[in-house]
Write a protein that binds this ligand. Structure first.
Ligand code: SMO
Length: 768
């Protein structure tokens, strides 16, 4: 399909690549500092659960260079959510800038602003805090136990499901009658899995700098995925009107969801508002681990019931999610555990989903690439392998019989949306069969599956799993784009869409260049400045290519119409007979005019006007990308060590607007997922103190840890997307856990149900 395009479908270099690879100052902390800068540092709680009975900041205030100390006594008390979501946010308002209670080791106690970071840190050490210790709640089971300490006992939190029982959020959805369906099934399997705490570990931590502009407006420069939500949420929190705030997002060094959170913008903002001075706050790596956001650990039970012929008859999923000390993203991540997984097997007439997100005195769960689907696919896709085994069917054959297809729907699309009911959807493109076929061929499925080839203490196995995700949040997300034409026939593309390292600026420029028939270099992209670029909800939910991409396509089409109207006058032709080709407008015969001539004429000549347009897009659908994932492992039975030898991921993401960038997204997601599956783990002691808050103890995969990885972009076209595109960014991270678990079973005959699959855990499973 891509061959009908000129700029789309090409692996063009990133539009921001030159500055990045030559080390230009492009990230927040690299930008020139404003004179009089104050450094903001944060004092965090050493206790998992305690009441602050007194704070004495007098000694801290005497430190030279201290401008301001902030704590619960001199900051706004209103409750809000740090979740960077659309308004009204579906997350509970259970956070305060500073509270009188601390709810996890790493919670906020006080902040200091000083001339130097050294002074700020010295002052932090002089703040005296008295705590009344409370019993900490350190697991899902402790949170739900009768008589458990109540973590959110305040009386002013909003939209907490059942604070008395530590339940932050609750969600149920169903179609048919799952219990009846399971009873009617010939074969039933049940799997319960536990997934662990993990952190996003972006190379650039959270960084925010603030200052007042010449007119006294608050400017916030932030490494954020959600600049427009930052403007709104900070405005409401600090009582500044939206028009008094400008949020600028420069280049971002990775987000993976942790920057879909208004996490620290409030502190330097308040310092700047109170002192009039510029301020900056940079999370330390330790704070990034413990005072930031994490992936929600979950316990999930999946029950599948099938008829003897293999057709799925009933599907039930029960989820307990640990949202940590606050409920940010708790409800919506919980919803996505089901909404992004259950529709994949739409043949079952009986489906049920129920889940609770519970509070604990541990780090706060948030948005993390995959957004719940990662946790949900572990039990689902390992249960599918068990079911196929019980039915005597091959894992590929069972999935081909039961997965959703083009033209089909699932009742779950309507029953379960983003923290509320969803919308009706029919699948408009699905090349999952081709993904499965190609992936199986490349991994050598039929030669290797079930063979248990041995070399010494190592035994080999192959495993696979299939996946879907979404492309934005239907009927909620919105993206907008503005395009204006310059006097040399180039264009400015202004987007609120937020490139956080994904390459979205580049693919949005490719879409515009395609419609306007210009080379990529003729499109100058400006992304994310709330004063300059039109609104966009931001970078999350795999939305940018599909939602913001459609806005860009619509804006470019409107600009093309304006160009053709001017050209029609110049060429004395009918606009309907004109076409844009290679930077020119051509009539049916040999008459033509260049875009540069049109640009200079409209700005300086006759019929003077600014050619330009703004367009918005709100998606009615969220077309899922599909993925078939395969790997080969060697399990050392003497040590429990699992080596992933080869990995093959075949994806249907619709048109890959930029194939190299699409592959990069998929490779990154698989690497991220392998780290989560095998070794990335946040561990806490019996009092809830973190034992792994650095890269020495929390291991993320480097190049040497990566298996031979093959990504395959399967030919596909999504008719509702921009140039046929869907999404690619999140889906891959869901795959490694079930794929590796299924491969470990193929090698050893043992099922892993707890992550990560460390040597110790695997050895224990092998040795019963
Ligand atoms: S986890 Mo992403 O910010 O949807």
């Amino acid at each position: 399909m891509a061959d009908k395009f000129n700029v789309v479908g090409i692996s063009a270099h990133r539009v921001d690549g030159r500055g990045l690879v030559t080390g230009k100052p492009v990230f927040v902390d690299d930008l020139p500092k404003h004179p009089g800068l104050l450094h903001v540092a944060l004092l965090t709680s050493p206790h998992a659960h305690a009441r602050i009975t007194s704070i004495d900041t007098r000694a801290a205030e005497q430190v030279e260079g201290i401008a301001l100390v902030l704590d619960h006594r001199n900051t706004p008390h209103r409750r809000y959510t740090t979740a960077g979501q659309g308004y009204p946010e579906p997350s509970p308002y259970d956070s305060r800038m500073f509270d009188t209670k601390v709810r996890w080791v790493g919670d906020r106690v006080a902040a200091v602003a000083a001339d130097t970071l050294e002074s700020a840190e010295r002052a932090l050490g002089l703040i005296e805090v008295d705590y009344e210790m409370l019993d900490p709640v350190l697991s899902i089971d402790e949170a739900l136990a009768d008589g458990a300490p109540v973590i959110h006992d305040e009386d002013d939190a909003l939209d907490v499901w059942d604070a008395e029982r530590n339940i932050s959020a609750h969600m149920v959805a169903s179609a048919g009658d799952a219990e009846k369906g399971l009873a009617e099934s010939d074969v039933v399997v049940e799997v319960t899995t536990e997934t662990h705490y993990a952190q996003h570990a972006p190379l650039e931590p959270h960084v925010v700098s603030t200052f007042l502009d010449e007119q006294g407006r608050l400017v916030i420069v932030s490494s954020t995925q959600v600049p427009f939500h930052v403007r709104r949420i900070i405005g409401r929190l600090l009582d500044v009107p939206v028009h008094g705030i400008r949020v600028i997002k420069p280049r971002i060094g990775g987000g993976f969801g942790v920057k879909q959170e208004v996490l620290i913008e409030d502190l330097p903002s308040l310092v700047t508002l109170r002192t009039g001075r510029p301020a900056q706050m940079v999370y330390t790596r330790e704070q990034e681990f413990i005072s930031s956001r994490t992936r929600h650990p979950m316990r999930i039970r999946v029950r599948l019931g099938a008829k003897d012929d293999g057709t799925l008859h009933a599907l039930a999923m029960d989820v307990l999610s640990n949202t940590g000390a606050y409920g940010t993203h708790g409800l919506t991540v919980l919803s996505n555990v089901g909404s992004k997984t259950l529709p994949l097997y739409n043949k079952a007439p009986h489906v049920s989903f129920r889940g609770d997100a519970v509070y604990t005195n541990l780090p706060v769960g948030g948005a993390y690439r995959g957004y719940g689907a990662t946790q949900g696919y572990f039990p689902l896709e390992t249960a599918v392998d068990r079911l196929a085994g019980e039915l005597g069917m091959d894992a590929l054959e069972w999935r081909s019989l039961n997965h959703i297809r083009e033209g089909e729907t699932s009742p779950i699309f309507v029953a379960l949306g983003e923290g509320r009911e969803g919308v009706e959807q029919t699948i408009t493109s699905c090349e999952l069969d081709e993904c499965i076929r190609l992936g199986a061929e490349r991994i050598g499925w039929s030669e290797k599956r079930g063979k248990r080839e041995r070399e010494g203490s190592k035994v080999h196995g192959v495993g696979m799993s299939v996946h879907m995700q979404g492309s934005g949040i239907p009927m909620i997300d919105m993206g907008a784009a503005t395009i204006k034409m310059n006097d040399d026939g180039s264009f400015n593309l202004l987007v609120g869409a937020t490139d956080l390292g994904t390459g979205s600026d580049t693919i949005l420029a490719q879409i515009a260049a395609e419609v306007l028939a210009v080379p990529l270099e003729s499109v100058i992209v400006t992304s994310s400045d709330t004063d300059i670029t039109p609104f966009d909800v931001g970078a999350y939910a795999s939305s940018t290519t599909y939602v913001s991409g459609m806005a860009v396509q619509k804006a470019a089409e409107e600009v093309r119409e304006q160009i053709l109207e001017v050209a029609a006058l110049m060429l004395e032709a009918d606009p309907g007979e004109l076409e844009l080709v290679d930077e020119r407008v051509v009539a049916g015969d040999d008459r033509s005019v260049s875009l540069a001539n049109i640009g200079i004429r409209t700005l300086y000549g006759v019929e003077q006007q600014q050619i330009g347009a703004t367009a918005s897009f709100v998606p009615e659908l969220s077309p899922p990308p599909f993925l078939a994932s395969f790997c080969e492992v060697a399990v050392d039975e003497s040590t429990g060590r699992v080596d992933v030898l080869r990995y093959v991921a075949a994806i249907d993401c619709g048109t890959a607007i930029n194939p190299k960038l699409a592959e990069g997204q998929l490779e990154g997601a698989i690497a991220n997922g392998i780290g989560f599956a095998l070794f990335e783990e946040m561990i806490f002691d019996a009092e809830g103190h973190p034992k792994t808050p650095d890269f020495a103890r929390y291991k993320i995969p480097g190049p040497m840890d990566m298996p031979e990885l093959e990504t395959i972009l399967v030919d596909s076209y999504e008719p509702t997307g921009p140039m046929g595109a869907k999404s690619v960014s999140e889906i891959g991270i869901n795959a490694p856990i079930p794929t590796i678990a299924n491969a470990i079973y193929d090698a050893t005959g043992v099922w892993l149900t707890e992550t990560p699959f460390t040597p110790e855990r695997v050895w224990r499973a092998l040795n019963g």
